[in-house]
Design a protein around this ligand. Structure first.
Ligand code: ZN
Ligand code: ZN
Length: 254
């Protein structure tokens, strides 16, 4: 499968990184993990056809992970240059949009109603993510592993790592994690063909035990903080498997 790190930044604006969104493709089928802005522009700039997206999976409701979603919904809903009906090869499906909270589903539904009078509700299939295996379209299986990235006054708010399985391969996306990394999904990461791990909320040298306990095919850091990127060559030398810091538009074959 092919994975393009469309947006590799965290929440703070950067000259070179857009917010988090990653495109996964195999057999002509496309999937999107997180939809930070400006995701539709990222599709165009990386020659990804928005009509190939079968499902969108949002890890948690922080703006750097969903801020581009209204644009994606608009382009799939409103007749225009991306309208599937204008494409002779349209495959006849609407994408499923998987969100981690029901109030987020309600919010996007209302936002689309506010913005478009001719709201074509049937063109967007909202789904609620639940812990464990939650998605299987016969090609891709996705399992949600809760993490502790987002707690507020002692209350856990939904935030997930996603384990993707397709074509005999396992790819793990951590989403954002807790600052001390105690929620790092070690079991899922151990033998994954690729792990896409955030690189903002922790000092890798202080948390190296988590990375010594796994041996994935490759480790790719996204959601990158500049301070960690600068130290990465030194950190990578401590691991006995390959690791990379992704840039916007990088392509990884798994
Ligand atoms: Zn984030
Ligand atoms: Zn976050």
């Amino acid at each position: 499968m092919k994975i393009i790190t469309l947006g590799t930044g965290a929440g703070n604006p950067s000259l070179i990184r857009n917010c988090s969104n990653t495109y996964l493709e195999f057999g002509g089928r496309g999937y999107l993990i997180d939809a930070g802005g400006p995701v539709t522009a990222n599709f165009v700039r990386n020659n990804v056809d928005i009509n190939c997206i079968h499902a969108v999976f949002i890890t948690h409701m922080h703006e750097d992970h969903f801020g581009g979603l209204p644009g994606f919904l608009k382009n799939r809903m409103v007749d225009g240059p991306y309208c599937p009906f204008m494409r002779p090869d349209w495959q006849g499906f609407w994408p499923e949009v998987w969100l981690p909270q029901q109030d987020a589903i309600d919010a996007f539904d209302n936002l689309m109603k506010v913005q478009f009078r001719g709201y074509q509700r049937q063109r967007i299939i909202y789904r609620l993510v639940t812990e464990g295996p939650f998605y299987d379209d016969g090609f891709l299986k996705v399992t949600a592993i809760p993490n502790k990235h987002w707690c507020w006054r002692g209350e856990w708010l939904p935030s997930y790592c996603y384990l993707m399985e397709a074509e005999g391969k396992k790819v793990l996306f951590t989403g954002d994690l807790a600052a001390d990394l105690h929620d790092f999904p070690t079991e899922a990461a151990k033998d994954a063909d690729a792990v896409f791990c955030e690189y903002t909320h922790f000092n890798p040298f202080e948390r190296i035990e988590y990375f010594k306990n796994i041996k994935p095919g490759k480790l790719i850091f996204n959601h990158v903080a500049g301070v960690n990127e600068a130290k990465h060559p030194e950190f990578a030398a401590l691991l006995d498997y390959p690791s990379f810091v992704a840039k916007d538009g990088d392509i990884f074959e798994v």
